[in-house]
Design a protein around this ligand. Structure first.
Ligand code: DGL
Length: 268
């Protein structure tokens, strides 16, 4: 594998850009490939088998674009598919998972709240994580149905998104949660609004930067860090509507980008 090949990243939609942003900061010389599987978002209410199938298709697509490593920038896809992906493919595959451990360590009230999709919260991996690292605290979970759709529509500041957040966050506040884990990569883009709803006293844990550091570590261990001195470039695809996804990605990435249609079945 050539160390100057790109890193492949995927998510059900634009949420994984919150992780890609951190990877860009951590690894400025790496080329990044990003697929937003918007035609099939949200993954949160889908079956594990479906998400696993999509994850295999997206990984194969990125491999055909010469990816040297894959970052599954989606908690739901990680809990549903990462074991299968690691069995099927030999390149480094990095996943994301809710920051249960740092939350449990930093909580003073002894109650932590987890925001994630239905599929993540009911998964074996998440429940194993909570048992292993948060047995000393109370873990209050909240599935946030409808939130990913709002972010895909780029409604990051509107009344409907605010009302949904109030509905999901107030019960956690009532239970004395003092640390909140963003267990879905989409939710990072709602950070200002979440902070507005919960106030400054609540700690919010997002794992994007930790995933970027882990990606760097895994590439280094595999002797796959890029040796270029130039700034890395990004290439974007979506399985959904190119016009609206281009707008969304450009806004979230902070510059005008080109997004191409992911042609399934086409491997190059
Ligand atoms: N970004 C995905 C995650 O981290 C969103 C899942 C969805 O599409 O529902 O879980």
């Amino acid at each position: 594998m050539n160390k100057n090949n790109p890193i492949g990243i995927f998510d059900s939609g634009v949420g994984g850009l919150s992780v890609a942003n951190c990877i860009r900061t951590e690894l400025p010389h790496e080329d990044l490939l990003y697929v937003a599987d918007s035609a099939y978002a949200p993954y949160g209410n889908q079956t594990q088998t479906f998400i696993e199938q999509r994850s295999i298709i997206l990984t194969e697509y990125l491999l055909a674009q010469r990816a040297k490593a894959i970052v599954v920038a989606c908690n739901t896809a990680t809990v549903s598919a990462i074991k299968t992906l690691r069995k099927m493919f030999t390149i480094p595959i990095i996943g994301v998972e809710p920051g249960v451990k740092p939350a449990a360590l930093s909580s003073k009230s002894g109650v932590i709240g987890i925001l994630a999709t239905e599929q993540t919260l009911k998964s074996y991996s998440f429940n194993f994580l909570a048992e292993r690292f948060a047995s000393d605290v109370k873990v209050e979970v909240q599935a946030c149905s409808g939130l990913v759709e709002q972010i895909e529509k780029m409604d990051l500041e509107g009344d409907k998104t605010f009302a949904l957040l109030q509905r999901y966050l107030q019960p956690l506040l009532d239970k004395n949660v003092d640390t909140l884990v963003l267990g879905c990569t989409h939710y990072a883009f709602l950070l200002p609004m979440i902070q507005k709803v919960v106030g400054d006293e609540i700690d919010i844990i997002n794992t994007g930067a930790a995933v970027a550091r882990e990606t760097a570590r895994r590439l280094e261990t595999a002797s796959l860090l890029n040796t270029n001195n130039r700034q890395g470039i990004e290439t974007f695809w979506t399985s959904g509507d190119v016009t609206s996804v281009t707008k969304a990605i450009s806004q979230l990435w902070g510059s005008t980008v080109k997004v191409s249609l992911m042609q399934e079945g086409q491997r190059n």
